[in-house]
Design a protein around this ligand. Structure first.
Ligand code: SF4
Length: 251
């Protein structure tokens, strides 16, 4: 699929230009992956605003999906409830396949993710990666709140990528170049829903047993899978990407 076109914003364009372009280009076939972190509640707010400005009914507006791994913090469910109450958008909640989850816990126990990188990836595969594929079924594009500033694994992130793991659909990362300061200034200006754990030292929100608070100045993703090498710290949701602006050369 060709994801870039003449009207595609430049890499340096303001993040809001990517929101407007995505809503205009993909409409209801755009899906936002919402982890319930501040990046994603900001994107929910911006997508809702852009859709309302265009007069799009809920059925024609982008959809938001949440991967409910079954291991989220209680606070995350409260954030989801607040978003549902506040925005006229579709919130699609995806759970792991029952059979796979039952087999995982029966065969490996409820805490297998602490055993090895492979065991952790197996859990992420069942609780996140497979439900993601279902959430993207029929989508032309998806959007994420990933930023370069978050982790060593994200320093080459582009605002627009082609997702080769999911049929080559467009993957839009509007906040790719946004700094921590700019992110929080915009979130406060818009009074978006803020996950309470951010104020308790959690810059990144994930599953409860695999996420902890970080010390001031520590890497934003240091609290995710803290027992692993930083180079391994991705859950499998963000792989196999390429740059549509350079003929699909791997990034
Ligand atoms: S973050 Fe932890 S609990 Fe959540 S899916 Fe991955 S390994 Fe499993």
């Amino acid at each position: 699929m060709t994801v870039a076109s003449e009207e595609t914003p430049s890499e340096e364009a303001p993040w809001s230009a990517w929101i407007d372009w995505s809503v205009a280009r993909f409409g209801a076939s755009l899906r936002l992956a919402c982890s319930l972190s501040v990046e994603d509640t900001l994107l929910v707010d911006a997508l809702a605003e852009s859709a309302a400005r265009r007069g799009l009914a809920r059925s024609h507006a982008p959809q938001v999906f949440v991967l409910d791994t079954g291991r989220l913090h209680e606070e995350s469910y409260r954030v989801l409830a607040s978003l549902r109450e506040r925005y006229d958008l579709t919130f699609d909640v995806r759970a792991p396949a029952t059979r796979s989850l039952e087999d995982l816990v029966r065969n490996r126990g409820p805490l297998s993710f602490y055993d090895s990188v492979e065991a952790r990836r197996e859990c992420c595969g069942i609780r996140k990666v497979e439900p993601l594929a279902r959430a993207l079924d029929g989508a032309s594009a998806w959007m994420t709140g990933q930023r370069r500033a978050q982790a060593v694994t994200r320093t080459s992130l582009l605002p627009l990528e082609r997702d080769d793991a999911h049929r080559g659909i467009a993957k839009v990362n509007p906040l790719a170049l946004v700094t921590d300061e700019a992110l929080w200034a915009e979130a406060e200006r818009r009074s978006v829903v803020i996950h309470p754990l951010h104020r308790q030292g959690y810059p990144s929100i994930g599953c409860a047993p695999c996420t902890r608070a970080v010390a001031p100045g520590e890497d934003a993703r240091a609290g995710r899978w803290w027992w692993e090498d930083p180079a391994h710290k991705e859950c499998g949701l963000h792989v196999a990407r390429s740059n549509p602006q350079t003929g699909g050369k791997p990034t």
